[in-house]
Design a protein around this ligand. Sequence first.
Ligand code: FAD
Length: 470
Amino acid sequence: MTMRPIHVVGGGLAGSEAAWQIAQSGVPVILHEMRPTRGTDAHKGEGLAELVCSNSFRSDDSETNAVGLLHAEMRLAGSLIMAAGDKHQLPAGSALAVDRDGFSDEVTARLEAHPLVTIEREEVSGLPPEEWGSTIIATGPLTAPDLAHAIQAETGADSLAFFDAIAPIVHFDSIDMNICWFQSRYDKVGPGGTGKDYINCPLDKQQYEAFVSALIEGEKTGFKKWEGTPYFDGCLPIEVMAERGVETLRHGPMKPMGLTNAHNPTVKAYAVVQLRQDNALGSLFNMVGFQTKLKHGEQVRIFRMIPGLENAEFARLGGLHRNTYLNSPELLDGTLRLKSRPDLRFAGQITGCEGYVESASIGLLAGRFAAAEAKGEMLPLPPITTAFGALLGHITGGHIVSDDEPGKRSFQPMNVNFGLFPTVEVPRAEGKRLRGKEKTIAKKRALTARALVDCRKWLGHAEALAVAAE
Ligand SMILES: Cc1cc2nc3c(=O)[nH]c(=O)nc-3n(C[C@H](O)[C@H](O)[C@H](O)COP(=O)(O)OP(=O)(O)OC[C@H]3O[C@@H](n4cnc5c(N)ncnc54)[C@H](O)[C@@H]3O)c2cc1C
């Protein structure tokens, strides 16, 4: 019996990986890539999986780094992107940097040579027709406008964003709760709240003024010419608000009203920074209203001036970019299918992950889910304890939608990071509890060891199904 092909739209990091996983599982695939017929503002060539900016896949340390762990899981799952990256690796210390041309040529050649892969160089300018059957859309942050508008028409105007406005996210266990306290403004409970939903960091007048000066003086990144300047009311970068006058932030995201310092109730804070829970696990908190174009190093330096955040570890730093991405937790089911049209799956950065490796990994999962479905199999979700499962969980459900910023604005793209994983017992050393840096490293090692065991089990399950189907 000949199998119907699965269609993949977009031959970037995610689409190339998805096509490879589908073909490797024995299902034919048609990959539609619009380049060279039509380009994007960032892609320069016609090769598949083109790296549009840096040539780094970031850390390759699978023991103490979350993206390194994702590399390891992808290698276990037979990733094309990782195989081509490893083959074209350049010296870069503990990072995996690649020769971008060799890498893209390798991905293109291996897909072109695969007997189950057909590559069509054409723009898909509307929503893929239902006659195509199972289709994966992996058209990335610069999805061509006609398709983007068709997706928007299907999902609703607020469901597809064209810019991200990202506020930094902090690991809860790095916040000093001897200085900060939990309280919602005016103790308002609100729907689903407790009256203690925010972490508050108090600043006195001197600290506030020094902080505002640092924001104004801090080094910023510019917008690319083709991005425009996407500022809109209610979403100004924190440093742009600071430039409007020293009092602006005190009347905006840093207003101290309705809050009483639990550690010092008789002293009113001059200004307050609020952080709100970002994931269901309660391990990550985002800095409310702190979207920013400050350079990453500057963000760490300046935001650690905030009392209680002196030792803050950031799961994600802030930014504003041109980026097409869905409100995935609302729109997609657990296996990345559009709830309103389950024949369509999404993969890559358009789902709300961030980065080359993360995008490729979501392509890998979408490809495996689609191939299993085509063969009449049920592929279980990767465990939340794995990097695959943690990232998928963020996209399809882990994020908490807040009432004051509902919908797409509260769901923002994310790199893989340890805050997305369920907590793990930190092993003792010679019967003693570890502290400080030693404890942090031991915890990371325990998380990654657990992840790799669970990932192997999950892949074993996937392989067992494939054998049973033969
Ligand atoms: C300017 C810029 C710089 C970046 N720098 C970095 C960085 O340094 N490091 C990092 O990790 N991440 C970076 N990113 C994020 C990076 O783009 C993504 O992480 C990654 O490339 C996304 O993978 P993807 O497969 O989702 O999309 P892409 O890799 O962009 O692939 C999408 C593909 O779909 C094609 N396509 C689009 N619309 C259509 C259509 N209608 N029909 C057919 N084909 C279509 C495109 O031509 C493209 O080949 C950057 C993003 C941008 C925009």
